[in-house]
Design a protein around this ligand. Structure first.
Ligand code: SF4
Length: 361
């Protein structure tokens, strides 16, 4: 593995053993290290310092009947230590809706926890890090959408799922990185407004060229904006000169120049599946153009050694949540850690998600 990953985690401050014996802690540390499958970065010392926390969180989850879901960009101690399910926000919101538990704990950024609440209005949705935002979601407010609608009367408004409940409430249909092309193509009329991601919007403009006009907003994901076409071209050229057939897998939140250099474009889940598929047919040299969490998952869930080239970029918002926050919210959540959306906003936002489910499935 030659990926330039963030520095190795350091052992946690000792919070106590929560009554677990040394042998229970040892066993849990072995389980964690095996599941994460990056022993050089996640040393036994680090895993041992995390073990009492993961044991206690897993015990509390059962005792309180909580369904804990984590986005793929969360750290491996969360995704492999305590999460009941790990996926992208769309898949997780559906799982939250269908789960028998009445309490959902969503380890992620704010808009994702809000989305889970919109699709499960009668459930309690806990969000451990209320200040974990997102550069894309925070780039736009409901008033911006209202203004665009006034400037373009009658034009349908499509919002990417990375938006607040208030923004979703102003839109006609919500989309994700796995269905935006299909849904936008199926919308009536010869134009649409797409918010807030300008990069995904440009990709959409290119795909719908000659069929529909796509009116864009100026938002971007600060993580995916870091990657540029020339950087990817250089990597590919260097690898090719060394006889390596590098496969480039990119997320559609990247600039269109990056996407043009890519062998595959898709959501986090699709990138994961494609990486696993490539590995299964012996194609082990790849570059994942997305947040570091996807690389963590690919490394943990793919058999054999992979050569993940280049550098991933870490989302500081996604990495705000730590096991300690999850433990605290399970024990006694603060009011701001319980997602509460005004009823009118929730109902209107729900319509844009229902429309997505109808058009996508
Ligand atoms: S990776 Fe980008 S889109 Fe995802 S939460 Fe972070 S800033 Fe937002």
């Amino acid at each position: 593995m030659v990926l330039d990953m963030p520095s190795a985690p350091i052992p946690r401050v000792f919070l106590g053993n929560f009554g677990y014996s040394e042998s229970e802690i040892d066993k849990e540390a072995v389980r964690l290290q095996y599941a994460i499958r990056q022993p050089m970065r996640w040393s036994m010392e680090v895993c041992r310092s995390l073990a009492p926390l993961t044991l206690e969180i897993n015990r509390l989850k059962k005792e309180k009947d909580v369904f804990l879901i984590a986005h793929s960009y969360q750290t491996p101690d969360i995704t492999y230590g305590v999460a009941d399910s790990v996926a992208d926000s769309y898949a997780l919101s559906k799982e939250a809706r269908d789960a028998p538990q009445q309490t959902i704990l969503f380890s992620s950024v704010r808009f994702m926890a809000e989305t889970a609440k919109i699709v499960s209005p009668n459930k309690t949705v806990l969000h451990p890090s209320p200040d974990a935002g997102c550069s894309l979601s925070d780039s736009i407010e409901a008033e911006d959408v209202i203004r665009m609608k006034e400037d373009n009367p009658g034009v349908p408004v499509v919002c990417y799922i990375n938006t607040s409940a208030a923004v979703k409430a102003e839109c006609d249909v919500c989309v994700t990185s796995s269905n935006y092309l299909r849904i936008c193509e199926r919308l009536p009329g010869d134009s649409l407004i797409f918010v807030p991601d300008k990069f995904m919007g440009r990709h959409l403009q290119n795909s719908l060229w000659g069929k529909k006009e796509v009116i864009l907003y100026d938002g971007e994901c600060e993580v995916h904006a870091e990657f540029t076409g020339p950087k990817i071209r250089n990597w590919k050229k260097n690898m090719s000169e060394n006889g390596v057939d590098l496969k480039v897998l990119s997320h559609p939140e990247c600039d269109s120049e990056v996407l043009e250099e890519s062998d595959f474009v898709g959501s986090s889940e699709l990138l994961m599946n494609e990486a696993k598929r490539l590995a299964s047919i012996g194609n082990r040299d790849m570059m994942l153009i997305t947040e570091c969490g996807t690389a963590d998952r690919v490394l943990a869930e793919t058999e054999g050694n992979l050569n993940l080239m280049g550098a991933c970029v870490m989302c500081k918002h996604m990495k705000k949540t730590q096991l300690e926050d999850i433990l605290q919210v399970l024990i006694d959540p603060y009011p701001e850690q319980i997602i509460d959306i005004p009823e009118g906003t929730l109902k209107r936002a729900s319509k844009s998600l229902d429309e997505m489910f109808r058009l996508a499935e």
